[in-house]
Design a protein. Structure first.
Length: 551
C-alpha cells in the first residue's frame, strides 16, 4: 500500500512537517501559558520569572496551531484522494483484464463492495495513518528531549509511557481487531452479492413463490453482517477503554514521580508543573496512533480484498505486441482441449481433443445439451479463456500470438445474456461502433426487427434506457444484441443462443435477416433450436467434450 504513494511522497513529507509543528506548537503553547501564569502570580525567578515573553510565545504558538493543522489535513487528503484515484484506475484496468472469465468467479456484490466501500476505506490509511504515526514519533521524541532538559527522570518516564501507549497497546490489539474487521468486510460483501442477485432474479422469485424464502435468506445475511459489525464495535470499545485507562495510569505515574522528584529538590515545583502540563498535552498524537488499531484494521481488511483482486491472474494475458492480422481467412482447431483444472489430468476436460475448420463466409452451427461446453468453446474462439491443449489458429496464426486488439477487431460476440447500458437505444446499438451514422444505426435496428420497440419508446432511438433495460423484454434485448451484430464490422461473428427468448415467427425473421445481411461475414451459431440450425451450412454436435459432424 505504501508503494502506491511514492509519486506523492513530497506531499506526505509536507503534511508530516505541518502536523509535527502544529502539535509541538500546541504543547509548547500550554507549557508557556502555564509558566506565564505561575510567573504572573508568583513574580518568581528562573523558569517562570519572565512571564511576559512566555505569554507572548504562548499566544503566537496558539495562533500558529490552526494554520498548521489545516495544512496537515489539506496535504494528507490531497495525497490520499490522488492515491485513491490511481487505485481505482488500476482496479478497473485489472477488472477489464479479468473479464469475462475470471470475474464470473466473483459475486457482483463483492465486486461492487471492493470498488466502492473497500477502496473508500483506504482513505483512512493514506490520510489518517502514515502521517499521524510519523507525527506521533517525532513529537514524542522532541517532547522527551524537552522533558529530559527539565528533569531526566521525568523525561525517561514519559518516554516509557509513550512506548506503551503508542506501540505496545496497538500491537497487542492488532490481531483480534483485524480478524473481526475482515469478518465484517466479508459479511458485507456476501450481503451485497445476495441483494444484487435477488434484485436481478426478482421476476423469477415472485413467479415461483420464492420471495418469502429469499426474504428470510436476506434477513439471515443481514443479521450475519450486523453480528460481525457488533463484534467490531465491541472490540473497538474495549480498545478505547484500555487506551484511556493506560493514559490515566501514565498521568498518575508521572505525577507521582514528579512530586517525589520535586520533594527531593531535583526540580522546582513551578518547573514540575510546566513539565507535567507538557507531558499530558503531548498525548493527543499518541492517542490517535493508539486508536489506529481500531480504525486501521478494517482498512487493512478492505485492503486485503482490494489487493487480492489486483493480484488475481487473468484467465488470458492480453497480447499488446503480437501479430497483426490482415484479412480473415478462417479459424482452425486441431486436438483442441480445455479443462478448468490447472492440469487436464486433474479433472474431466470440458472440451477434449476436437478438430474443425471454419472457412471464411460460411455459416457454422453447433448444437448440444446444456453444459456440453458450447459457451466454453466460444470463449476459446474469442480467447476469453486459454486452451489447455491442442492448437487453435485464426487466419493461419496461433490465436495466443495475435495482438489482442486485432483479435477484438476480427471477432465479435452476440451473447445470450444481453447487457443494456444506461444510454439511448441508438447508443446501445452502436456500443462497438460509436462513430456509426444515424442511418446505419436505424438500418441495423430495422434489420433486427426493432421497429415496434422504437415505436413504443417515447423518444424512439433517442430514448434513454436505464436499469439494464428494464423496459425491454428478454426477447427485445436479444434483438438489440443482434442489431449490434448487424452494425459490427468484424468478419467473424459468434452468436450464442441468439433467439432463445423469441417466438418462432420472430426467430425465423431474425435468422433470415442475418443471412441476407451476411455480406461475406462468417457466422458461428450456437443453438438448441432446430429452426435456427436448419439454416447453417455445417452443423456439429458437441457431446461429452467431443465435436462430431451432424450432417
Amino acid at each position: 500500500m505504501a508503494k502506491l504513494m511514492l509519486p506523492l511522497i513530497s506531499v506526505e513529507f509536507k503534511a508530516i512537517a505541518c502536523g509535527t509543528l502544529g502539535h509541538l506548537c500546541s504543547i509548547w503553547a500550554l507549557m508557556c501559558a502555564a509558566g506565564a501564569i505561575i510567573g504572573f502570580f508568583t513574580q518568581g525567578t528562573g523558569l517562570t520569572g519572565s512571564w511576559r515573553p512566555l505569554a507572548v510565545a504562548a499566544v503566537v504558538m496558539a495562533l500558529l496551531r490552526g494554520p498548521l493543522a489545516y495544512g496537515e489535513q489539506l496535504l494528507n487528503h490531497q495525497m490520499a484522494f490522488s492515491t485513491l484515484r490511481d487505485i481505482r484506475t488500476a482496479v478497473f484496468d485489472k477488472m477489464r483484464a479479468l473479464a469475462p472469465a475470471k470475474l464470473q468467479e466473483r459475486g457482483r456484490g463483492n465486486l461492487v463492495t471492493v470498488i466502492t466501500n473497500d477502496i473508500e476505506l483506504l482513505e483512512i490509511f493514506y490520510a489518517h495513518t502514515l502521517s499521524p504515526i510519523c507525527i506521533a514519533i517525532v513529537t514524542a521524541l522532541v517532547n522527551t528531549i524537552v522533558l529530559v532538559c527539565l528533569n531526566p527522570q521525568m523525561g525517561l518516564a514519559a518516554f516509557l509511557c509513550y512506548l506503551v501507549i503508542g506501540l505496545v497497546l496497538p500491537f497487542l490489539s492488532a490481531k483480534s481487531t483485524f480478524r473481526v474487521a475482515l469478518a465484517e468486510r466479508n459479511a458485507q460483501g456476501a450481503l451485497h452479492s445476495q441483494l444484487l442477485e435477488s434484485l436481478d432474479g426478482r421476476r423469477e422469485l415472485v413467479g415461483l413463490g420464492a420471495a418469502a424464502h429469499t426474504r428470510d435468506l436476506l434477513a439471515d445475511s443481514t443479521q450475519d453482517m450486523l453480528d460481525a459489525r457488533s463484534d467490531t464495535e465491541f472490540n473497538s470499545g474495549w480498545n478505547n477503554v484500555f487506551t484511556q485507562t493506560a493514559t490515566l495510569i501514565a498521568f498518575a505515574v508521572v505525577a507521582a514521580l514528579g512530586w517525589f522528584v520535586a520533594l527531593s529538590g531535583s526540580v522546582s515545583f513551578p518547573a514540575l508543573i510546566v513539565a507535567f502540563v507538557g507531558f499530558i498535552s503531548s498525548f493527543a498524537p499518541l492517542v490517535s496512533v493508539a486508536r489506529l488499531g481500531t480504525g486501521l484494521q478494517p482498512t487493512l481488511a478492505a485492503a486485503r480484498r482490494v489487493f487480492s483482486l489486483m493480484d488475481e491472474q487473468p484467465a488470458v494475458q492480453e497480447n499488446a505486441e503480437g501479430l497483426e492480422l490482415g484479412a480473415f481467412t478462417g479459424i482452425s482447431a486441431q486436438g483442441l482441449t480445455f479443462s478448468h483444472a490447472s492440469s487436464p489430468n486433474e479433472a474431466q476436460p470440458v472440451i477434449s481433443g476436437i478438430s474443425f475448420d471454419i472457412r471464411p463466409g460460411s455459416v457454422v452451427g453447433i448444437q448440444g445439451e446444456n453444459g456440453a461446453g458450447k459457451s466454453t468453446l466460444i470463449d476459446l474462439l474469442m480467447r476469453f479463456r486459454e486452451r489447455t491443449g491442442g492448437n487453435l489458429t485464426i487466419s493461419g496464426q496461433p490465436i495466443e500470438a495475435v495482438r489482442t486488439a486485432d483479435l477484438r477487431r476480427m471477432e465479435t460476440l452476440v451473447s445470450q445474456d444481453t447487457f443494456i447500458f444506461t444510454d439511448t437505444l441508438a447508443g446501445n446499438i452502436a456500443i462497438a461502433q460509436p462513430d456509426a451514422s444515424r442511418d446505419d444505426i436505424a438500418q441495423a435496428a430495422q434489420q433486427a426487427h426493432l421497429t415496434d420497440v422504437i415505436a413504443q419508446l417515447p423518444g424512439g432511438l433517442d430514448h434513454t434506457l436505464t436499469a439494464n433495460g428494464s423496459e425491454l423484454s428478454e426477447g427485445q434485448k436479444q434483438r438489440l444484441a443482434v442489431a449490434r451484430a448487424f452494425l459490427s464490422q468484424a468478419p467473424f461473428i459468434a452468436l450464442d443462443e441468439p433467439t432463445s427468448n423469441m417466438d418462432a415467427l420472430l426467430e425465423g425473421q431474425i435468422i433470415e435477416a442475418l443471412l441476407e445481411s451476411q455480406a461475406g461475414k462468417t457466422y458461428l451459431i450456437v443453438s438448441h433450436r432446430p429452426a435456427v440450425l436448419s439454416q447453417v451450412q455445417q452443423l456439429y454436435t458437441l457431446e461429452d467434450g467431443q465435436l462430431t459432424p451432424a450432417n
